[in-house]
Design a protein around this ligand. Structure first.
Ligand SMILES: *[C@@H]1O[C@H](CO)[C@@H](O)[C@H](O)[C@H]1NC(C)=O
Ligand SMILES: *[C@@H]1O[C@H](CO)[C@@H](O)[C@H](O)[C@H]1NC(C)=O
Ligand SMILES: *[C@@H]1O[C@H](CO)[C@@H](O)[C@H](O)[C@H]1NC(C)=O
Length: 665
């Protein structure tokens, strides 16, 4: 149900959402307020009749007013035009919409009301365009509808929209729609992952949609009063003033409700599981970090003896290949051999293909225990039997871990900064983890920051590629090599302080941990100018040894995450870390390295969203290795949401009675 309600919400939000260019509703509302004021001014001035009397006075004034109205309509239209792009997504989602929930009913009502106002607005634009051909009575009727007390008239529609946002009697109608939306969105939402929207963005877009409708309604009503005055229906100064007052009340309450909802709405944004996991497209793997490895004890000491048992070999290496046994049929571990264990004496081993990341597909012991998923074996199984030496010593095959850096092991992480071009006013608009060759990188997309929180759509900043063998490239400086001792990655979620924006990310080493950091740059919301000189890096330097130690996210018998039949939820939180390790022995013969790395690009609103923070998180569950993935925080708009009362246009004495309760801003 939650999902359906959300789908509907998306339609609603997308109808007008995603404010383009430097025009936002706040600015538009202000402009239109001034425009209305000027129009009343014109109306108040005596007309110059000396120019000729070919046109009746009325017609001339009518034209003047309609001319102004046309100008305003164009402004509204321009704002709406930038928003068309997102509708396709909304249509797609519409298919899944159901019915029934309280929120859903309200959303339906809201959508209906908004569309009725939109239709009236369209009609008005048409009338303005055709004004010469129209009878005066047509315009007059329309103007009357726009200011009528009837509940189906324009003021009635706007009041009903408003009562959905701020119910007049809290106990009768319950919570406002923004709060219901918020409740609904605080749970995990596959829809939001899919569309890459944070709940905060959705609510902000919904607020903009409603505000735009209010602005349209206000313009229509004010111009209707003007027309009615021109047509000699009355003075209407007082009525127009009341319209303005009511508009002011509604918009400031809406803004207050939006601010409250925005302050509580989650701003985090991440990808969920894709419909299908595809290597190289949705995920990548660290490979052969600690890999299950069968070795006979006789090959792990320099004397070729079997005097110990498997558990003795906690840290060993491959010395020889005694008598061309199984050791001659597999590539030896040329690194360290760690944590050996005895499982059973004799086994069948299904070796993996030459180019596989695995050594073995599966292993079946004579006692019936199977490591990995037994199945067909294209290369044929190999019988591997331990043996006795002089009846005293058992030369056992041990199950160990092989830690072998090198060409076949992808275990490197770039330590280079990924930053946007702040000198050209560019900010981060997207983030992803990528693997190039054997090296993992953080890659960002960047877009140009504009006025009032607008961002021109971004593009991916080309990777600074390198291989660890390139000349001048140094371990610990340019890249980090994971190993048995150094395989932790910190899971932190970092946000910029107020007034700052995200302009970069990087990995750095803190002790043995790969550690994530963001770069923040201050900016002026009004002008969109960055202050590059005041950029700084932000990180959570807490360690396992801190006063409140960083906690470990432990994996429980982790299988390969792509085998999971259900979607993996986010299971990490800020100030944790996780260690890359081998997959479970029983589930996978310890052949893979988990967690996997999610490489799905994270780019909200196709790269034109304002972002303030980023993080590294883990999606997973018991029995799965899960995925390490990037996340983002969208910018907190709540500070910039406020209602401004349009300027007064009546005598100061009259206006005094109409002063509104001051809003928080
Ligand atoms: C009125 O219009 C005439 C001709 O269009 C012009 O010459 C005159 O200056 C105008 N008077 C005022 C007060 O604007
Ligand atoms: C309209 O009414 C206001 C006060 O209610 C008055 O000041 C103004 O002169 C009137 N205008 C006209 C054109 O009658
Ligand atoms: C942002 O820029 C505007 C215009 O230059 C300026 O008036 C305002 O004070 C600036 N705001 C901040 C917080 O610096």
């Amino acid at each position: 149900m939650a999902v359906r309600a959300c789908s509907l919400l998306l339609i609603l939000a997308s109808a007008h959402a995603f404010i383009d260019e430097a025009v936002d509703v706040l600015k538009l509302g202000k402009e239109i307020g001034e425009e209305v004021l000027n129009s009343w001014d014109i109306l108040g001035k005596p007309l110059n009749l000396s120019g000729g009397v070919d046109l009746p006075v009325i017609r001339r004034r009518e034209r003047m007013v309609l001319g102004r109205l046309a100008e305003i309509s164009r402004k509204i239209e321009r704002l709406e035009l930038g928003l068309e792009g997102t509708r396709a997504v909304a249509m797609l989602i519409a298919k899944t919409a159901g019915r029934g929930a309280r929120l859903e009913l309200r959303l339906h009502e809201m959508a209906d009301l908004l569309s009725r106002v939109a239709v009236a607005d369209l009609q008005m634009r048409e009338y303005v365009r055709l004004q010469k051909e129209l009878e005066r009575s047509t315009l007059e009727n329309f103007a009357l509808w726009c200011v009528s007390h009837d509940s189906t008239s324009l003021p009635g529609l706007l009041e009903r929209v408003h009562s959905l946002i701020a119910p007049p009697h809290k106990h009768l109608l319950g919570r406002g729609i923004l709060n219901l939306v918020l409740d609904d969105l605080q749970e995990e939402h596959p829809d939001l992952c899919e569309l890459q929207l944070s709940p905060h963005q959705l609510i902000y877009d919904m607020y903009n949609t409603i505000s735009l409708t209010e602005i349209k309604g206000y313009a229509m009503m004010q111009f209707s009063w003007m027309l009615l005055r021109i047509y000699g229906k009355g003075n209407f100064t007082q009525e127009a003033s009341l319209t303005r007052q009511r508009y002011g009340e509604r918009t400031s309450r809406t803004a207050a409700a939006a601010r409250a909802a925005l302050a509580m709405a989650r701003r985090d944004l991440y990808r969920c599981d894709p419909p299908q996991h595809k290597l190289g497209e949705t995920y990548e793997e660290v490979t052969r970090l600690l890999q299950g490895y069968i070795e006979n004890e006789v090959d792990m000491n320099s004397d070729n003896t079997c005097r110990e048992n498997c558990a003795h070999y906690t840290l060993a290496e491959h010395h020889t290949c005694f008598k061309e046994q199984f050791c001659s049929k597999q590539p030896a571990c040329k690194g360290r051999i760690i944590d050996c264990n005895y499982i059973d004496s004799d086994m069948w081993i299904c070796r993996a293909g030459e180019n596989s990341k695995r050594r073995y597909e599966w292993i079946e012991y004579e006692n019936g225990r199977v490591l990995g998923k037994a199945g067909s074996c294209p290369r044929g199984t190999t019988k591997v039997d331990s043996w006795w030496r002089w009846l005293f010593w058992h030369c056992s095959y041990c199950m160990c871990l092989c830690d072998e850096p090198g060409l076949n092991s992808h275990r490197y992480f770039s330590l280079w900064d990924s930053t946007s071009d702040v000198n050209n006013n560019k900010v981060v608009t997207g983030l992803r983890l990528v693997k190039h060759g054997r090296v993992f990188h953080l890659q960002i997309s960047e877009g140009t920051l504009g006025e009032r929180g607008s961002v021109s759509p971004g593009s991916w900043v080309p990777l600074q590629k390198f291989d660890v063998t390139d000349p001048g490239i140094r371990d610990g400086v340019d890249y980090h090599t994971m190993s048995y001792e150094r395989r932790a990655i910190d899971l932190d979620e970092l946000d910029s302080p107020t007034g700052y924006i995200l302009t970069g990310v990087r990995f750095r080493m803190i002790g043995a941990h790969l550690h994530f950091e963001i770069r923040s740059t201050p900016f002026n919301y009004t002008t969109g100018r960055l202050a590059p000189g005041r950029s700084h890096w932000i990180s959570n330097d807490n360690t396992e040894g801190g006063d409140v130690p960083r906690t470990e996210l432990k994996l429980h018998k982790p299988d390969i995450p792509t085998r999971s039949t259900r979607a993996l939820p986010v299971d990490s939180k800020h100030d944790q870390y996780i260690e890359f390790t081998h997959s479970d022995f029983d589930a996978d013969a310890a052949q893979s390295t988990v967690p996997f790395v999610d490489i799905q690009p994270l780019e909200p609103l196709k790269g034109s969203a304002l972002l303030s923070g980023a993080g590294i998180m883990h999606r997973g569950a018991r029995g799965s290795g899960g995925f390490v993935a990037a996340k983002l925080f969208t910018y907190d708009y709540s500070r910039h949401v406020r209602a401004e009362l349009p300027p007064a246009f009546v005598d100061p004495e009259v206006d005094k009675d109409l002063v509104l309760p001051v809003s928080n801003n």
